[in-house]
Design a protein around this ligand. Structure first.
Ligand code: AMP
Ligand code: MG
Length: 402
């Protein structure tokens, strides 16, 4: 067994992404659109501003009338946001105007309030007016027909405000992929239970659920399944209407690792199994009936790290995102020993510095069961297969976890 070459991490990810097809589009109201990925362009249905508007509180004037100051103008009306002065401004006239109000016809400048004195039905302007001053021209922000937001964009809060301003209350986005998953293990109990001395509280279900949610997927938790062929097959079938099945644990070579044999007998075709990575060697990927299937290791840290490296990119691709894993450069805070033939992902801290690369320091203990370390980790420090020993200060690549 030891002779079988293990698949490199990047090849494994590429094979997974090749097997992914983007979700179909659906209509999503803006209130639900944060983080969703556009499957259709957002096109402005009006121009903004829709007309020339005042950008200040003051007086709309003809700049020609206010070239010699002080200048006296008669105040013939008022325009506030949402209302207008509808007659054309004549020579020697001014209209009291407020921010956001439409500029009256004939006016070409705003004299700001601070530079005026008001006496009943006339006003004295104390500053010379410049044509165009303090006016937001129609279409300054965007024009009707403009493509404001394009396909593939993951919507931020500002994007949602922008779509609303374009008067597009519903956008076309890829459906969120529904990810069904279950843990296997006779030793597992749910959080909140009273575990016996040999039982382990399942951390993977809730952890994976949160990770799926954070990536825009829709988690579908099928619970804890016994190490039993029939039970595993039945759990798999419950994921039939999901867009992807993820299993946790039971993927290794022990007598109780039954996921592969159980599901292979029930519609799973394995693409690959076992990769050159630590933590997480027994990773499995294939097609279960009509959907992609990812088998994650049961060790909680291995499960999390592998989910970051393989499941999150898959969920992104299902939403139509091209989101390559972004590695950051950092300096090592402490020396590292030479690596063996598996790509290593060390849990560690990442400390930011002014005008210098951040400092990444691996935790002393890297046991793949230690959730305390995974929770404390800011990053995963990536060690290439067969990397030489590295000293403090050497450059490394890290995957940020926050
Ligand atoms: P397995 O991959 O099934 O061989 O599990 C490897 C290790 O991870 C064992 O020590 C399991 O008890 C532990 N483990 C498996 N599944 C979970 C889970 N859902 N939550 C916490 N630990 C788990
Ligand atoms: Mg197990």
């Amino acid at each position: 067994m030891g002779d079988i070459p293990l698949m490199p991490v990047s090849d494994a990810r590429a094979r997974i992404l090749e097997a992914i097809t983007p979700m179909v589009p659906e209509r999503v109201p803006l209130a639900k659109a944060l983080g969703r990925v556009l499957a259709g362009n957002v096109v402005a249905t009006r121009s903004q501003p829709p007309a020339d508007l005042s950008a200040m509180d003051g007086y709309a004037v003809r700049a020609d009338d206010v070239q010699t100051v002080p200048a006296r103008l008669s105040v013939v009306g008022e325009a506030a946001a949402g209302s207008s002065y509808d007659k054309p401004l004549k020579a020697g006239e001014a209209v009291r105007i407020f921010t956001g109000a439409p500029l009256p016809a004939g006016a070409d400048s705003i004299v700001i309030q601070e530079n005026t004195e008001r006496y009943g039905d006339y006003v004295i302007a104390r500053e010379k007016a410049k044509s165009g001053a303090h006016i937001r021209r129609a279409g300054l922000d965007f024009k009707e027909g403009d493509v404001g937001l394009s396909v593939g964009r993951k919507l931020s809060p500002a994007d949602i405000a922008y779509a609303a301003a374009m008067n597009v209350p519903v956008v076309i986005a890829h459906k969120r992929p529904k990810i069904g998953f279950f843990s296997t293990g006779n030793e597992l109990v749910l959080p909140g239970a009273t575990p016996g001395p040999h039982q382990i509280v399942s951390s993977n279900n809730d952890g994976l659920s949160a990770l799926i949610e954070s990536a825009g997927g829709e988690p579908f938790d099928l619970g804890i399944i016994a190490d039993d062929i029939v039970a595993i097959q039945s759990a798999g079938r419950h994921a039939r209407d999901c867009d992807m099945l993820v299993t946790l644990g039971g993927a290794s070579v022990g007598d109780h690792d039954l996921v592969q044999s159980a599901l292979t007998a029930d519609g799973l075709t394995v693409d690959f199994w076992r990769i050159a990575m630590r933590p997480g060697k027994p990773l499995m990927f294939g097609r279960y009936r009509d959907i992609p299937m990812l088998g994650l290791p049961g060790n909680p840290v291995s499960a999390m790290v592998c989910a970051h490296l393989f499941l999150l990119p898959a969920i992104a691709a299902m939403q139509g995102l091209h989101a390559p894993l972004v590695l950051t450069r950092a300096r090592l805070g402490a020396a590292l020993a030479a690596n063996d033939k598996r790509e290593d992902y060390l849990r560690g801290t990442l400390v930011e510095r002014d005008n210098a690369l951040p400092v990444a320091t691996a935790f002393e203990r890297q046991d793949s069961s230690m959730l305390s370390a995974m929770s404390a980790a800011d990053c995963l420090i990536v060690r290439a297969p067969n990397a030489a020993a590295a000293a403090a200060g050497d450059m490394v690549s890290v995957l940020r976890l926050r």
